[in-house]
Design a protein around this ligand. Structure first.
Ligand code: SAM
Ligand code: SF4
Length: 343
């Protein structure tokens, strides 16, 4: 039998978001705004970016209608992200409305944590299940150097409020930067262990608005592992526990606490990807690194029915490439930066 005639894995009957490699879209990442109140240097320039104008952004009704169509197509987890998702004032209402969908998807949030001290409890009450808070250092000066804002105390308060509100397990996402915070990764892990937060490191990807990423400067998953192993005993958890989750997880000092390392660049997990993305201006993207996108906002505002919109979404999924191709000679960074796609 030739490779191309291999039978596709048969997805379950409720899964309609299937690509040509048999991968099924289950996890929808929704960017609810492209704005942000930090300026992480690996993400956006000090002066910020030309933000979307309000009329370009999906309204709450449009957003909830689209999420409902994705759920009909088999999405079972919705993650709200951005930009900084807590800057969308109506986020709690959106969460409440998505919680009323049938079947109710699991809901998570990726946030820089600023404002979570006020919003964690209302979001949990509205139906949010979990949060990931991004935090690259617990040293105040390094935080300022990395984010160009003196807001470490707000992030710490946000994390605590998330844990108190039961948005657990509280996960912390971290990017290590050469010469900036790389030498403090063990300190960050100890800080998270002391507070019961689950830390995951993510390799820096070529998705910054400035196009300053270089592979030589990136801290690799292997380097991170070496640095952490200088202070902790890391025992790999079996791959079977990973599923479509991108993190390679390790028990720390025999467990039960774990640390994750996401080798998005050096050991890509595209073969197990179950993600699909919706931008704040209503474009569906089949990959962070997609070069194209499908304009759902134009369909919505042109009066299209749900079936037509669903067909546009499945069409975009069908175009999903086998991998992100960062290592290919022909790799071109997408026009949209991470903050405008939704990480
Ligand atoms: N503002 C929120 C936050 O920081 O969590 C949500 C959006 S942010 C784009 C989502 C995640 O992407 C954060 O954990 C951030 O550290 C990560 N990120 C941003 N730019 C990145 C890059 N170039 N490579 C890897 N991760 C990146
Ligand atoms: Fe803002 Fe998140 Fe980008 Fe940092 S990583 S600048 S918090 S969008």
């Amino acid at each position: 039998m030739s490779r191309t005639s291999l039978p596709m894995p048969r997805p379950r009957a409720d899964a309609r978001l299937v690509d040509r490699y048999g991968r099924v879209g289950r996890d929808l990442r929704v960017s609810v705004t492209d704005r942000c109140n930090l300026r992480c240097t690996y993400c956006m320039p000090a002066e910020g970016l030309p933000w979307l104008a309000k009329p370009e952004m999906l309204t709450d009704d449009e957003l909830v209608r689209l999420i409902g169509i994705f759920v009909d197509l088999g999405v079972r987890q919705v993650r709200f992200t951005g930009g900084e998702p807590l800057l969308r004032r109506s986020l709690t209402d959106v969460v409440r409305r998505v919680a009323a969908l049938e079947p109710r998807p699991q809901m998570a949030l990726t946030s820089n944590g600023i404002g979570l001290d006020r919003l964690a409890a209302p979001l949990a009450e509205a139906g949010l299940d979990r949060v990931n808070v991004s935090l690259d250092t617990v040293d105040r000066d390094t935080f300022k150097q990395l984010t160009l804002r003196d807001r470490l105390a707000d992030v710490e308060a946000g994390l605590k409020a998330a844990a108190d509100a039961g948005l657990t397990p509280v996960k912390v996402n971290s990017v290590a930067m050469r010469g900036v915070n790389e030498h403090r990764v063990a300190e960050l892990l100890q800080w998270c262990l002391d507070r019961g937060y689950e830390l995951r490191f993510i390799e820096q990807m070529p998705l910054d608005a400035q196009h300053a990423w270089t592979r030589d400067e990136m801290i690799t998953a292997d380097e991170l592992h070496e640095r952490l192993a200088e202070r902790f005993t890391l025992t790999p958890l079996p791959d079977a526990s990973r599923g479509s989750a991108p993190a390679e997880r390790f028990l720390v000092d025999g467990g039960p606490a774990t640390v994750g390392i996401i080798a998005s660049v050096t050991r890509p997990f595209c073969g197990a990807c179950d993600r699909v993305r919706l931008t704040a201006d209503g474009q569906v993207r089949n990959c962070l690194f997609a070069r194209g996108e499908g304009d759902l906002r134009a369909l919505l505002r042109g009066g299209a029915d749900d079936e037509t919109i669903a067909a546009a979404i499945t069409g975009e999924m069908a175009r999903k490439r086998a991998g992100h191709g960062i290592d290919d000679e022909s790799f071109v960074q997408p026009d949209r930066p991470m903050s405008a796609i939704g990480g």
